[in-house]
Each structure stands twice: as structure tokens, then as C-alpha cells.
Design a protein around this ligand. Structure first.
Ligand code: BES
Ligand code: MN
Ligand code: ZN
Length: 456
């Protein structure tokens, strides 16, 4: 993979970060022709303002306005640079608010989804500033790129089989062991819910299992929702809701991207990644409303709505993960529209009973500019999941608190003391600095920071 970070920075073009506080002084230090040009162009040190400065032999430098460091999301503002710069090698001439995050945002802002169409123009490259760890930064950029590519790839090229291939490719890169239980073997292996949800599709459902690291290390298990397309099933979605459902494997993409960071970073853990990979589609084999299925855990589940499929496949995967009592069990899932209603596309909620973990995660979300917000596993709402015929219904009655009832449903399948569930959106609906429109990695950088802190 071509890196955004250049290694020969001799002739790199300087980028000056300007604020109202430093512009007067900085302006004085510009070459007279460049200064005159900036004045004539009416440049003002306002956030996001970008001006290319002339030099006798071409491009002399770049002025880029920054805003207050008090707003965490402004730390990603330099992510706007690549779209405004011609191809070439650049360097930071002075310090932005947070050099590491600025370099990361710059790199993430160069992302293009090029599987089906070449990029229109050459990309800007950055000569890494001193003191910023190249390896760590490169691993992070690779992880985000991997997740975005997987999510952006449409379901006709990213079905359960291709998702398995992606896991195998990642695994062989890091010497991990990858296996999969496919099709009717899911019944023999006691994964009835994964089978029920995925059995209608041409590509058989499967449970992908990646394992890495020495067996005696603390177990960290990641579970990712791998619904390669979600039509809603027989409870079919309307067109507008179905349009973006190629991204319903965003949890799986997140788990794989985080796994890449963990393995490349050599964290001292025994890592396991479990991905139930299915398509939720309609055929005569489709599971139906009011069907009742056993689950791996033994709890019987009545289907209230076939569009609440994610929690079903996750329930069996979480039950398996739980059997070996991991030190930390985390799942990522594009699970509910309700989470979006509550917090919007940019602020994924997480649910956990582990208060210490929650506090650490919230802190890491801020320091990594990977925003997260805790929501409660509010026990009284468990009553909404009652079924008259089975142990539990897969949807809450009443239609309120949908993100919480989904999390409570999954909690029934987990005993691990330290379990955290992320209800992610995995998508940027309209471009933001460092976050082009399309698939997005959410929550993984925050959790990686926490894991690196514990297990480096
Ligand atoms: N994949 C969807 C949730 C989703 C929708 C995530 C839009 C992000 C954006 C999930 O499988 C689903 O359909 N959930 C239903 C649950 C309902 C039937 C209880 C929902 O949220 O509407
Ligand atoms: Mn659904
Ligand atoms: Zn879904």
C-alpha cells in the first residue's frame, strides 16, 4: 500500500499553520513577494482558510488557518489540506494544535475509494514531523483504509465469502490462524441463530474465527457484525432505509481494522476476532416473524422482526466468545437506527457495566479524536423484550429506547465481567475534515489507545 508519508523530505513544501494570534508575526517572516501576494489575495487567518504561496521556482508554501484547540474535533481540521493541495511533498513548518492528530487527519484526508475508478489527480504527501511515531501512525492509517475499503465495497463484491477472504488475508499477513464454520455446519456446531438469519442467501452464512498471539496472554476478543447486506428480510426495509445497507458489515470491518492495529503493534494479548457473516435477504428459506429458534446459549428466541437480525447473529458469536472468559470482550455493530436518532452519525454510543472501562474509553475517545458516548444498560427496559412463547423476543415492544433494548438483548448472552458493545454508524454521510464521505472506522482508535495502554 502506498504511504501518504514521504521519506525524502529535502524539498518538501512548508505548510504554515496560522491563527489570529500568530499571523502578524508569521506574515513578517514571509518573502516580500509571497507577503504581497497573501495581502493582495485577501488572506485572513480564519479556520480552514488555505492559500498557496508563489515562489520564483513554483510553489513556495501554504498558509492554513486553524481554530481553537478547545473544540476536540478542530484537531482534525488539517484533514482538509489534501483536497486543496496539488500533488507533491509537504511538511509542517510550525506546530498545529496536536501534531500527531494533524498528521493523522492529513493522511486520512487523502483517502479515495479507487476499486472501480482511478483517483482523478495525484495525491499530496506529508513529510512526517519530528517526534511523531511513523510506525504507529502508518498502522492507524492502514487500519482506517482497510475498514473504509471493506465498507465501501458493495455487497456484490463483499459477501460473506469475500469477508472471510479479507479476514484470511489479514490473518496471513500477521501469522494468525483463521477458520470458518460455513452453512449447515453452523447447525452441527450449535450456532442456530447465525444459520437462521443467513440461510436464505445464495452465499451461505458463516462464523469467521481469527486467533493470534501466545495462548497464555490475557484474552481480548472482538466480535463484529458482518451483515454483508441487510434488506430487512421478510420485514423488508423501504428503499431509502435499504440504500446504504452494504455498510451493515461495518462492525466486522471495525473488528478487523482494530485487529490489524493490535497485531501490527505487537500488543501482549491473546487476540480472537469472531465475525458472524451473513446476508439478510428474502427467499423461500428466509426466517420469519414469529419463528422461534434455540440459541447457542440455550435461550430460546422469538422473532418479532426479521430486520433485527444483527443482535441475533451477534448473540451466538458472543456466547461462543464468552465460553473462554476473555479479560475483555468488545463488539462492534451497525445495530440500530435508534442510536442514530439519539446521537447522530458522528457519536457512536457504547454500553458496558464496567465503569472503569467506560471512564478510560471516554478519555481515549477524546485524546484520539474518536468520539464516543456512554449509554446505560437500563435493566428495567428488559421487560420490553418479553415473549409469550419463548425466553426472549428479538425486538422491544413499544418502539422506544431501541438502542438500549438491542444492547440488553445481547447482554443476555454474555457473562463476561468486562463486555462493551459499540453501536456504530460506520459511515460519514457528508465529508468532514479527514473524513471523506462513505465508510468510516469508528471507536477502534479509541479502544486501541486503551488496549495499548494496558497491554503494550
Ligand atoms: N442494520 C440495521 C440498523 C441500522 C439502520 C444501522 C440504519 C444504521 C443505519 C439493523 O439491522 C436494523 O434494521 N435495526 C432495526 C431494528 C428494529 C427492527 C427493532 C432498526 O433500527 O430499525
Ligand atoms: Mn436489520
Ligand atoms: Zn442490520
Amino acid at each position: 500500500m502506498a504511504s501518504t508519508f514521504s521519506t525524502n523530505g529535502t524539498a518538501a513544501i512548508p505548510i504554515w499553520f496560522v491563527t489570529t494570534a500568530n499571523y502578524a508575526e508569521l506574515r513578517e517572516r514571509l518573502d516580500p513577494p509571497a507577503r504581497a501576494y497573501a495581502d493582495a489575495a485577501g488572506f485572513e487567518p480564519k479556520p480552514g482558510q488555505c492559500l498557496l504561496l508563489p515562489a520564483a521556482d513554483g510553489l513556495g508554501g501554504v498558509l492554513f488557518g486553524l481554530e481553537g484547540a478547545d473544540e476536540p474535533r478542530n484537531l482534525f481540521l488539517p484533514g482538509r489540506l489534501p483536497e486543496q493541495l496539488p500533488g507533491g511533498v509537504y511538511r509542517f513548518a510550525n506546530e498545529p494544535h496536536d501534531t500527531r492528530l494533524a498528521a493523522l487527519a492529513f493522511a486520512l484526508g487523502t483517502y479515495r475509494f479507487v476499486r472501480y475508478r482511478k483517483a482523478e489527480r495525484p495525491q499530496a504527501q506529508l513529510d512526517l514531523p519530528q517526534g511523531v511515531g511513523r510506525n504507529e501512525l502508518e498502522r492507524t492509517v492502514e487500519a482506517v483504509t482497510l475498514a473504509r475499503d471493506l465498507i465501501n465495497t458493495p455487497a456484490n463484491d463483499m459477501g460473506p465469502a469475500e469477508l472471510e477472504q479479507a479476514a484470511r488475508a489479514l490473518g496471513s499477513r500477521h501469522g494468525a490462524n483463521v477458520t470458518a464454520v460455513v452453512g449447515d455446519d453452523l447447525l452441527a456446531g450449535n450456532f442456530p441463530l447465525i444459520h437462521a438469519v443467513g440461510r436464505a442467501a445464495v452465499q451461505p452464512p458463516r462464523l469467521i474465527d481469527l486467533q493470534w498471539g501466545e495462548a497464555n496472554r490475557p484474552r481480548v476478543t472482538l466480535v463484529g457484525k458482518g451483515v454483508c447486506f441487510d434488506t430487512g428480510g421478510l420485514d423488508i426495509k423501504p428503499d431509502a432505509s435499504m440504500l446504504n445497507m452494504k455498510k451493515d458489515m461495518g462492525g466486522a470491518a471495525t473488528a478487523l481494522a482494530l485487529a490489524h492495529m493490535i497485531m501490527a503493534g505487537g500488543l501482549k494479548v491473546r487476540l480472537r476476532v469472531l465475525i458472524p457473516a451473513v446476508e439478510n435477504v428474502i427467499s423461500s428459506a428466509a426466517f420469519r416473524p414469529r419463528d422461534v429458534y434455540p440459541s447457542r446459549k440455550g435461550i430460546t428466541v422469538e422473532i418479532g422482526n426479521t430486520d433485527a437480525e444483527g443482535r441475533l447473529v451477534l448473540a451466538d458469536a458472543l456466547a461462543l466468545a464468552d465460553e473462554e472468559e476473555p479479560a475483555l470482550l468488545a463488539d462492534f455493530a451497525t445495530l440500530t437506527g435508534a442510536a442514530r436518532v439519539a446521537l447522530g452519525p458522528e457519536l457512536p454510543p457504547f454500553f458496558t457495566d464496567d465503569d472503569k472501562l467506560a471512564d478510560e474509553l471516554s478519555r481515549c475517545g477524546v485524546s484520539e479524536n474518536d468520539p464516543l458516548w456512554r449509554l446505560p444498560l437500563w435493566r428495567p427496559y428488559q421487560a420490553m423484550l418479553e415473549s409469550k412463547v419463548a425466553d426472549i423476543n428479538n425486538v422491544g415492544s413499544g418502539g422506544q429506547a431501541g438502542a438500549i433494548t438491542a444492547a440488553l438483548f445481547m447482554r443476555r448472552f454474555v457473562a463476561a465481567a468486562s463486555w462493551v458493545h459499540f453501536d456504530i454508524f460506520a459511515w460519514t454521510p457528508s465529508a468532514k475534515p479527514g473524513r471523506p464521505e462513505g465508510g468510516e472506522l469508528q471507536a477502534a482508535r479509541a479502544l486501541y489507545a486503551l488496549l495499548a495502554d494496558r497491554y503494550r
